[in-house]
Ligand binder design. Structure first.
Ligand code: FHN
Length: 428
């Protein structure tokens, strides 16, 4: 309790009542539908993903040599943000501190940060926050609960694999450090759309470890009531969390094995994060990129499942976005400039996701997104709603339909071949 009074918050019980600002921010977030995730840190220099320190079991005193060589001479926050905005993204989520413990922002509570420990000496978070504000898009902050670098971090399931001195671990000191950094982030960078936590699975719930989330969440909501909290713990949401996260899986799927314990929430917004290739942080060898069409279809599928897509890019160590990522951003942007109207501000439609595609909906307008259909007819399970009219979104051409019991048959001009053939249905 002493520590909590030091950081100026009180332990709260498990009843969390979001403020009106927070509820409004949740709605805006749901309307935004598409964000860009950025995994960027000193690890990018090694070109082997953000887990390179752990994967290669690099001693942290050796890893400590990296910041002195970090000089992303081509970094230009305005250019990045312009590319994300042109792609149709409404927010970015940037790693302020990943599991390697290096802070990509100026921090008074550790010298292990981009301004004090690199020759670059620029606070990239500040530059990005400013660029986002100028461009009218939001900034969200990824923050790792787990830490492979600090002496005081209590050794967990992954950190125990790295050389670590057990005698120096000190939860109280580490918890204060995190809360001090969160306070810096929420005070020095203007409005923050969300704090995106990750890594608490290093101490699984079953071990009885107490991350003291309610107090930490209360601090965030006290500093910025509209700031949403998401936590990538791969479990059902906890009180204080304002949106639910899914990793590499659509809400409700579990292809990764991460999402097994995650019942999809019907009370908070949903977001799924996905890589463009296989890795989050820059990998010089990973060229296994999803195609442009596949990415567009993922965005549409997530929207049809009532969620947002957070699409990841691992910028290069010199501060440039990988060429493959830029090409994909451009393709998504081109598509969104035509079809964004059927995505932004929508919710999952009254027809549940199907093999052929998904539906999104705004009031009485239903958008049928045909992603994979091998015939020119489509049977829609529409119960208890009357259809007034149906037409192609792209050119307004009418679509013939005939009503059947609890169903409607659409007769298309031809078998759809576009990445997403959108049919608009006006409901009574
Ligand atoms: O360990 C991290 C990983 O590096 C990456 O940040 C992803 C993004 O969702 N989350 C963790 C794995 O769950």
């Amino acid at each position: 309790m002493l520590l909590l009074s030091v950081i100026g918050i009180c332990a709260q019980d498990t009843t969390y009542i979001p403020t009106p600002e927070n509820i409004a921010a949740r709605k805006e977030f749901q309307d935004e539908k598409f964000g860009i995730f950025l995994h960027w840190g000193v690890y990018s220099m090694l070109g082997d993903g953000e887990w390179v320190m752990w994967n290669k079991r690099i001693n942290r005193h050796e890893y400590d040599q990296l910041p002195a060589g970090f000089y992303p001479s081509k970094f230009n926050a305005d250019a990045w943000v312009a590319a994300f905005k042109a792609a149709g993204a409404k927010y970015i989520t940037i790693t302020s501190r990943h599991h390697d413990g290096f802070s990509m922002f100026k921090s008074k509570v550790t010298p292990y940060n981009i301004v004090d420990a690199t020759p670059f000496r620029r606070d990239i978070l500040k530059e990005l926050a400013k660029a986002c504000q100028k461009a009218g898009i939001k900034i969200h902050i990824y923050y790792s609960h787990m830490d492979w670098y600090r002496d005081d971090y209590p050794t967990g399931s992954t950190s125990k694999e790295l050389p670590h001195d057990e005698s120096t671990t000190n939860w109280k000191s580490y918890y204060k450090f995190m809360n001090d950094q969160l306070t810096e982030i929420l005070t020095n960078y203007g409005p923050i759309g969300a704090i995106w936590f990750d890594g608490m699975w290093d101490h699984a719930k079953e071990t009885g470890f107490d991350w003291q989330l309610p107090e930490q969440y209360a601090l965030i909501h006290k500093l910025q009531p509209a700031c949403l909290i998401g936590n990538n713990h791969h479990k059902a949401i906890n009180p204080g969390e304002d949106f639910q996260l899914f990793e590499q899986d659509l809400p409700g799927e579990n292809t990764t094995g991460f999402s097994g314990d995650q019942k999809v929430s019907n009370t908070v917004p949903l977001e799924t994060c996905q890589t463009m290739n296989k890795t989050w942080g820059y990998s010089i060898t990973d060229k296994d990129y999803k195609s442009k069409d596949e990415l567009i279809q993922r965005l549409v599928r997530v929207a049809g499942m009532n969620g947002n897509l957070l699409l990841n890019i691992g910028p290069r160590p010199d501060g440039q976005l990988p060429v493959e990522a830029v090409e994909r951003l451009q393709a998504i942007g081109k598509w969104m400039s035509l079809y964004g109207y059927t995505i932004y501000g929508t919710r999952g439609g009254i027809i549940a996701p199907q093999k052929w595609g998904v539906t999104t909906q705004k009031d009485k307008t239903l958008y049928i997104h045909i992603l994979n259909l091998k015939e020119p007819t489509l049977l829609l399970p529409i119960e208890g709603r009357k259809i007034l009219q149906a037409h192609y979104f792209i050119n307004g051409t009418k679509v013939r339909f005939n009503k059947m019991k609890n169903k409607v048959m659409l007769h298309l001009d031809k078998i759809p071949t576009d990445v997403d053939e959108v049919i608009v249905i006006k409901l009574k």
